[in-house]
Design a protein around this ligand. Structure first.
Ligand SMILES: Cc1ncc(COP(=O)(O)O)c(C=O)c1O
Length: 369
């Protein structure tokens, strides 16, 4: 529709709309000019693994030596590597729903079985301890934790992280902790890495992170995993037969990203917070729409189930209706195992947020007319 010249407001993007910070671009360009255009060690150049190790200690209170770190082609490959080396056929992996759809597909690609623990917007999408406990069987191998979350924007409180850590230690489960949105967190909250909660949980966790979201570097494809040594080695061995190293000069950009002045990230974070406030106020002003206030990442996941009915049988139908009628693109919640919701990314300008949500409100009011 955009190609036809139709004015679409897209709330679909899963990436920051900012440019990659200059020092990062400069470092990569310099690396190209200096001839760093060849293969690197599979798990990443020593300077980057060292910089990540220092970053994890400084910001996350995590002690991982450089040889416990594997640099990957995006956080997506880090999660993939982790699941491939940890999961055997028929192993169960607990996913807290709504979740980023890639988790379920990657669990299946590893021969595992996703087991879903549902959460609700009325509880801020925080999982209930009993639900987590009941999901554990003799086949459970791992639990995937994503805080701040795509698509809910939920930030798991310390108490919940402690509960999950306790279950992991008690039942011998692995934790795959996807912390890719760690810097995009609002209202003065602080990100807590679950592996920082104790030595036992550290030994059972693969911490996933990367440059994509915090440093506006989605296209660079630099992610990483930090894990107990034997797991890190297995991930590196696997990657050696799949992609080899992440792009050489992008790794030099990532070294600069790890050492960026915090004010660069803060400028982006505070803009996202202002947009979060704006979209929350606008969406909750629409009759019959309810939602939890996102505390991190850049997604809103309102419950629009009141508008489903008659010819619009699902959130997917409603998303199609909004595209046709309001010229607004959103992602149906069912994609994330969150039926009755739609996901809006607010990684777009405030002007577009105002315009797009006004269009949604108008289209929804027609449904009730
Ligand atoms: C929760 C979550 N984890 C990981 C990723 C992937 O990050 P990368 O682009 O570094 O592979 C995304 C991207 O949308 C995401 O939302």
């Amino acid at each position: 529709m955009k190609a036809e010249g139709i004015d679409i407001v897209s709330f679909g993007a899963g990436e920051p709309d900012f440019n990659t910070p200059e020092p990062v671009c400069d470092a990569a360009i310099e690396a190209i000019r200096a001839g760093f255009t060849k293969y690197t060690p599979t798990a990443g150049i020593p300077s980057l693994r060292q910089a990540i190790s220092a970053k994890l200690e400084r910001e996350n209170r995590l002690r991982y030596t450089p040889d416990q770190i594997v640099v990957t082609c995006g956080a997506k490959q880090a999660i993939y590597n982790a699941l491939q080396v940890l999961i055997d056929p028929d192993d169960e992996v607990i996913l807290i729903s709504p979740f980023w759809m890639t988790y379920a597909e990657q669990v299946r690609l590893a021969g595992g079985v996703p087991v879903i623990v549902q959460t609700h917007h009325k509880a801020g999408f925080i999982p209930d301890y009993e639900d987590l406990r009941e999901a554990i069987t003799t086949k459970t191998k791992a639990i995937l934790v994503n805080s701040p979350s795509n698509p809910t924007g939920a930030v798991l409180p310390r108490a919940t992280l402690k509960e999950i850590a306790g279950l992991s230690v008690r039942f011998g489960l692995w934790i795959v902790a996807d912390e890719i949105y760690e810097h995009l967190i609002y209202d003065g909250l602080r990100h807590i890495s679950i592996a920082s909660l104790g030595a036992e949980v550290l030994g059972r966790t693969v911490t996933i992170n990367g440059c994509s979201k915090s440093y506006a570097m989605t296209g660079w494809r630099i992610g990483y995993a930090a894990a107990p040594l034997e797991v890190a080695k297995a991930m590196s061995n696997l990657q050696d037969q799949v992609t080899s190293n992440a792009t050489s000069f992008a790794q030099w950009g990532a070294v600069a990203a790890m050492n960026l002045d915090p004010s660069v990230i803060e400028t982006m974070r505070s803009e996202f917070q202002a947009r979060r406030d704006l979209i929350y106020d606008l969406l909750t002003a629409i009759p019959y729409v309810s939602m939890a206030k996102p505390q991190g990442a850049f997604y809103a996941l309102p419950d629009i189930s009141a508008y489903i009915g008659n010819e619009l049988k699902s959130d997917s139908d409603l998303a199609s209706y909004l595209l046709e009628r309001a010229k607004v693109a959103v992602v149906p919640g069912s994609v994330f195992h969150g039926p009755g919701h739609i996901r809006l990314s607010y990684a777009i300008s405030r002007k577009d947020i105002v315009k797009g949500v006004a269009r949604i409100a108008e289209a929804l009011s027609q449904r009730m007319a």
